[in-house]
Ligand binder design. Structure first.
Ligand code: NAI
Length: 405
């Protein structure tokens, strides 16, 4: 991991687990200056005051289980974009998707041409929102979309210590250059900031990243599990993945085929777009969890026998008498509908692909959420403005999506 050829002035947007981790790792690298911007309540002020002049620590769990403490310090922690943004040549969002809009708006007046804007993770529709909100200078900024966060990580002491429980082996990113001329090579520079793990690879294009499998699973599982619930509190929290029923597995499979059909239709219309990254969820599990699955014969058996899912339960709220009811406000629907499912549905619609399984899922979820996205088969419900579907940003056909490159 060679040092980049120029000074990296990095802006990290966010203040949670991922932002803590990235702040600690990037600040420890030579020739990198780190500004942190959190727009959430008084989070920046609390972080700055709590850290004071002390060092910040990342406790990094290595592959052999040993833990390496990495100490460092960011230059600025602020909520003020006028202080944080000017001069930054790399801007990384490490914050849940519902908060992205506020950051794009804060960046727009100060961002400089040729800066690189990164979603780590981006979550579906990041690119559409970026193009819409980043203003004139933002038109000459590259957009990088990562499929996920590089680590499982948790804050130990807010503003002071974070633990990396493990880094992924590999992580894929799509890059849209637009008209930008960054001062450094993008992926090698981000690799330098993160360290050797995960190994970063470049995806074929941003639409494939948008349709990748891992963002598709939560809403169908919520629907398939709770659609016939009798409203009675339960004695225990049900297992989320390992408790999967056949209805859910069948629905997930159908949604997965709809996404593959969408990918094929995009490739047919625009052969320059290689969509081979979009594979069936069953194959995705076999690829990504091959060491932790004991029975990979079906999608259902993959999910039920995946050791990586040990102990993961449905999001539940406790009742006064110590029982549990489902938490329908949890991010599995609150985020994964507007910044996931509705984006998939929008791209499929532009590709002319019918999506009965997605639609069935959306109708149930939006009713439970008290929202309206899909009406009579059309994405024109009153709550479309909280989504990142391409329709919200006036994309009218697949060609429009391809031209974003
Ligand atoms: P987090 O849950 O720690 O993020 C919390 C942060 O979000 C807060 O510190 C604040 O900066 C911001 N925030 C919260 N409420 C807000 C509001 N109302 N308005 C504006 N900002 C608000 O998120 P984390 O763990 O850093 O994850 C970042 C992304 O990576 C998420 O999309 C998450 O799903 C994903 N991810 C996280 C993993 C992990 O191990 N932490 C693993 C894989 C993916």
């Amino acid at each position: 991991m060679a040092e980049p050829p120029c000074k990296i002035k990095l802006l990290i947007c966010g203040g949670g687990n991922g932002a803590h981790t990235l702040t600690g790792l990037a600040s420890s690298r030579a020739n990198v200056e780190v500004n942190v911007m959190s727009l959430f309540a008084d989070e920046a002020e609390r972080w700055r005051k709590t850290l004071g002049n002390d060092d910040f620590t990342v406790h990094f769990t290595e592959k052999d289980g040993s833990v390496t403490p990495i100490k460092s310090k960011p230059k600025i922690i602020t909520n003020d974009p006028a202080q944080a943004v000017p001069g930054c040549n790399l801007i990384i969002f490490t914050v849940p998707a519902f908060a992205h809009e506020g950051y794009f708006k804060a960046l727009a007046p100060y961002i400089e041409e040729n800066a690189v804007v990164v979603g780590l993770p981006s979550q579906p529709g990041f690119q559409f929102q970026c193009v819409d909100l980043l203003g004139e200078r933002g038109k000459k900024c590259a957009i990088v979309s990562f499929e996920s966060l590089p680590w499982a990580c948790r804050i130990m002491t807010f503003a002071r210590e974070v633990k990396v429980l493990g880094a992924k082996d590999t992580l894929s990113a799509a890059i849209i250059m637009r008209k930008s001329k960054p001062q450094f090579e993008i992926l090698p520079t981000i690799q330098y900031l993160l360290g050797p793990e995960p190994n970063l690879t470049q995806a074929n294009n941003y639409l494939a990243i948008n349709l990748l499998a891992d963002a598709t699973v939560h809403p169908p599982i919520m629907y398939g599990t709770w659609k016939d619930w009798d409203n009675k509190p339960m004695a225990e929290k049900p297992l989320f993945y390992q408790g999967l029923n056949e209805f859910c597995a069948d629905l997930l499979s159908k949604v997965s085929y709809e996404l593959m059909e969408t990918a094929k239709a995009i490739e047919k219309e625009c052969p320059v777009f290689d969509m081979k990254d979009v594979i069936h969820l069953h194959d995705w599990y076999k690829l990504n969890y091959k060491d932790s699955i004991s029975d990979d014969s079906t999608l259902l058996s993959c999910m039920k026998s995946n050791k990586a899912y040990d102990g993961l339960v449905h999001p539940m709220k406790e009742t006064d008498d110590g029982k549990f009811v489902p938490d329908f406000k949890y991010r599995y629907m609150a985020e994964d509908m507007p910044f996931g499912f509705i984006v998939f549905r929008g791209i499929s619609q532009l590709a002319g692909v019918k999506t009965p399984a997605m639609d069935e899922t959306i109708y149930w979820c939006q009713k439970i959420m008290g929202k309206e996205f899909l009406v009579d088969g059309e994405l024109n419900g009153k709550d479309m403005n909280i989504t990142r579907a391409p329709q919200r940003y006036n994309f009218k056909c697949i060609r429009d999506l391809v031209d974003l490159q």
